[in-house]
Write a protein that binds this ligand. Structure first.
Ligand code: CO
Length: 428
């Protein structure tokens, strides 16, 4: 196993997650890591000329696809794709600007994805995202902690502990200041963080983010608490693995895909239902094999496989009845292999064998996840990627508690294990 201590692993993941408050930041963080590892950014609007052994990446809005080409092209049997998603539930800044209520300043927000609403209460929040400027630039921005969605005092709702009900419009609106102290507004703070003139801002995709730093905890420092573990933990594992694959012994083109908009259904130009991965794989094939036909590309796809990694649930000790009675994945037990008969997960017998081989090569335990039949099963990018590209796909991922909370938790040993399995899969 990896000799690094829990503290080192936690510090690395903490840096990655903290530098990635939104999907736009996550792609920039991944891109910076890949730049440092010698990868080259390509522009989708240009013609590509890829060389054997090349490491490249493309960013499309809040999504990124990166790859390493085998040094010996004759060995390239297809693509090995490690897929994940860059977005997480949050609140998105509405248009309409700020207003004053009861002496405090407020801004409207819309719910993005499926957050555990209660977990966002009584936390100091920042706003982060991207700004489109009148001169055509798009820049990243992030305010300091300026907002909070304050909970109602128990004295004003004596029944609250029998069941908290939150109205998605009225009860989720953040406060950002005192009405009689209004000197600067959110847009000005965002502009100042990006060092641009606020007058230049003509569009924005801006979200609330919790500001409390991630941390290790547990009697043996075995747990890790952080926002956005779903699914930056997987993005981090994929990028870290790709950085270190050895082109000399690759037998497939190793690809890491971080899609946006998974939390809202993946239907977008940068989501897994969109054309991003199909576009990029076809262009890689065409550039590497200039005389190839469409049929050659499809042959390459037929020899391709995909691991879709996304957060899953460990059996919760306080709610044991919510899980399958027999299959009890636990924190610290290694990555989950996610199974669902309705194909909410793409895993099948062939995919299972493929993932088992990667885990065995990495010396990592894998554990099965299957839902309780009375509970709805989540889904992820796996079935969408399989549907779009026809690759054999397997759904896996790290076990969490509190998925979609503003502060989720995992076991730090599972971070190490997923990273090792991702590396073994991509290396082949
Ligand atoms: Co997820």
């Amino acid at each position: 196993m990896n000799p690094r201590t829990n503290a080192q692993v936690a510090a690395e993941l903490s840096d990655f997650v903290s530098s990635s408050p939104t999907s736009y930041h996550a792609t920039a963080t991944a891109a910076a890591r890949l730049d440092a590892a010698g990868f080259t950014e390509l522009d989708e609007r240009e013609k590509w000329e890829l060389e054997p052994g090349a490491g490249c990446y493309v960013v499309r809005d809040g999504a990124i696809i990166a790859w390493r080409v085998p040094a010996d092209l004759a060995t390239a049997q297809g693509f090995r794709v490690f897929g994940a998603h860059t977005d997480s539930p949050a609140f998105k800044l509405k248009p309409g600007g700020e207003y004053t209520t009861e002496g405090v300043r407020q801004v409207g927000v819309e719910i993005y994805g499926g957050p555990l609403l209660n977990s966002w209460l009584d936390r100091e929040l920042a706003f982060a995202g991207r700004l489109a400027l009148a001169d055509g630039r798009v820049v990243l921005a992030q305010t300091p902690a300026i907002a909070r969605i304050p909970q109602l005092a128990i004295h004003l709702d004596r029944q609250v502990n029998e069941g908290l009900t939150l109205d998605k419009q009225r009860h989720t609106t953040p406060i950002i200041g005192l009405a009689d102290l209004a000197e600067s507004d959110i847009i000005e703070l965002l502009a100042s963080s990006a060092e641009v003139d606020p007058e230049l801002i003509v569009g924005h995709d801006v979200y609330t983010i919790p500001t409390q730093a991630p941390c290790l905890f547990g009697v043996e420092d075995e747990f890790f608490a952080s926002p956005r573990l779903d699914n930056l933990l997987s993005v981090h594992a994929g990028v870290t693995a790709l950085e270190t694959v050895d082109a000399q012994s690759l037998e497939a083109i190793a690809v890491v895909a971080g899609f946006d908009h998974e939390e809202i259904g993946s239907n977008s130009r940068s989501g897994a239902c969109g054309p991003f991965l199909a576009d990029i794989t076809e262009r890689i094939a065409e550039s590497l094999f200039p005389d190839s036909t469409r049929s050659d590309y499809l042959a390459l796809l037929a020899g391709s496989v995909c691991v879709s990694s996304d957060a899953g649930h460990a059996a919760h000790p306080n709610y044991p009845e919510r899980h399958d009675p027999q299959v009890r994945p636990r924190l610290g037990g290694g990555p989950l292999l996610k199974l669902n008969a309705q194909q909410r997960y793409a895993t099948d017998a062939v995919g299972t064998a493929m993932w088992s081989a990667a885990c065995a090569a990495a010396g990592v335990e894998s554990q099965d996840f299957v839902s309780n039949n009375a509970m709805p099963c989540g889904s992820t990018i796996g079935p969408l990627t399989a549907t779009r590209l026809g690759m054999t796909t397997v759904d896996v991922g790290p076990a969490l508690y509190s998925m979609h909370s503003a502060r989720e938790m995992c076991a730090i040993s599972d971070v190490v294990a997923l990273g090792a399995a991702a590396k073994a899969f991509l290396q082949g």
